[in-house]
Write a new protein. Sequence first.
Length: 580
Amino acid sequence: MVMGKEENLCWAFLVLLVTTLRIDNSFQLIHAKSPEYYPVAANLSTSWTINDSCYVCDESNDMKPILVRSHFFCGFWCDKSSGACLFAILLSSDTYGRNTQLVWSANRDSPVRQNATLRFTQYGDLILENDDGSFVWSTNTGGKSVSGLNFTEEGNLVIYNQRNEIVWQSFDHPTDSLLLGQKLVRGNKLTASASASNWSRGLFSLALRYADGLVAYIESDPTQYYFKQYFEDYSNVRTIPYIRFENGSFNSFLIPPASAAQLQFMKLEPDGHLKVYERQESESAYPWQESESSYSWKVVADLLTSDIGDCGYPLECGKYGICSNGRCSCPEEANITATNFFRQTNDRISNQGCTPITDVSCNHSQYHSLMEVQNASYIGELTYGQIPKLDTVTDLEDCKQACLNNCSCRAAQFIESFLEKRGCLLISEVFSLVDTRGHSESVSFFLKVQNPAAAPTILASHPKKSRRVTIILGSSLGAFFGVFLITAICFFIYGREKEAKELYNIYLDQVPGMVSRFSYEDLTAMTNDFSTKLGEGGFGSVFEGTLTNGTKIAVKRLHGLDQVEKSFLSEVETIGGIHH
């Protein structure tokens, strides 16, 4: 079939359009060079500044490399939402920087911002400064005859001297990951990030220790192991300075070996798992380009889980959560009618732990008690006991009392065993608990709780009860203030009337020609209870009366005084001027 020029142009345009769409959907290149244009080394007196350009930009992060070696990129890794940047080493699933994994950083706890500067000084020191010029991090290699900086095929950033000896290398300062060939040296440790989106140091660490071998632990006071593995040659444990992540093994762990075309790295995750990731081929997102394969990172080993199980991790079920075959629940008393002291932190996600309904308060220690949690133990303590035991306490009741007497104690565990583990453990920070059904040891576990008698704490911790108490208090206070207000009004009215009466009497005394005044009781007696009526006049009736001296008088009894007060007073003035 022979195609015309117009058809050829159409096909060429279609291929160009498809290729353009493929590039735009895979990753975005802004002010970028191809990998081969980035150096693998740097000389003294070189500096780099974070600007608004990037090599690979995705929805969350920008990568700004300064050194590139195959799948490894050394440079700045910036979070778009916060603007925070790390000086870091990243491992990509391909040589274009796609699907990158953060494997090392210099300033995880002190991220910098745009316009921060990395300087390789003339004295051989690699220094990171923030945008305001403040010091952030350094290799402290100044004055050590440094001659250059090199980025190796293994992803190791190396500073070397004039004799080509290593003065400093990133492999000696791991963060949360190990690369193939990298050693975990005694004195160093891997520390997990706080979360997948928070690069700063988290709770979990992996280290090599003299007496204990390889240990994984949670940062607490005291340190609490959740994994321990002795060396195969235990007699020489003190002479073994490191263990190496090799292709196929790590200490006594066996790992599926990676082929020459594969890449692996090991990472201590924010949840305490130690996982090995491998670059594996996956289906291409662009089927029209059959020559290019797509790669992604897949977990090929979860190293600690084979020994400790899913429930062996300190936060597998969150704080105070009980783990049983991968399921999480909150502590409950054996008595069905007992008070419920714990609730699920998140009603929809059970592995986020449990929260005390009433916080334990040292200010109300008289209301403390210990709740027994049956078939439960503190995580790791049966196998990797690291919390100091009270060896002098060999009685269960004494162990419980020791916890009640110690304000910082949040749980007590008493172990009875034929082994040398018998004793009392006082725990100040409670992480996940583990179901002990099936264990041979006899373990009694108690959680310190705050009883409802502590009214101030209960009001703050029980919304429903707090609402009832608030209603009762509100009603009582409302009634009290109502009675108080009515009483105050009555006193006010009485005072006003009394004051008005006194002012009225004073006013009457000042009326011109005012005659003698008599009380109503006196007038009633004088008129014999108003019995003899003489007639009627304006505003009232006139009655006959007799004074005590026998003088006859006429008494006018008014009706509706409020309306005729002025007329009455005028009449009094008139009468007062007449002498009978």
